[in-house]
Design a protein around this ligand. Structure first.
Ligand SMILES: [Zn+2]
Length: 72
């Protein structure tokens, strides 16, 4: 069975296949957002956490390191 859900970002219809599993990441064809399937029957989708967050953390750490270097 295939379910249709509105994308939380652009409200385009996103198809969730019958073989989909919870925590699976799917792409919205409309806005190309990554969406996470949080529940099935009924299907619930949410915006997947952005991968960029990890990079932001690393950038923050390297900033601390470089300011330490400036003081030494
Ligand atoms: Zn979308």
């Amino acid at each position: 069975m295939t379910a249709m859900q509105a994308c939380p970002e652009c409200e385009d219809e996103v198809q969730i296949s019958g073989s989909a599993r919870p925590n699976e990441i799917i792409d919205c064809a409309g806005c190309r957002s990554e969406l996470e399937i949080v529940a099935l029957n009924p299907a619930v989708i949410t915006l997947a956490p952005e991968v960029e967050e990890d990079w932001g953390e690393y950038g923050f750490l390297s900033e601390i390191n470089s300011s330490r270097a400036a003081f030494s």
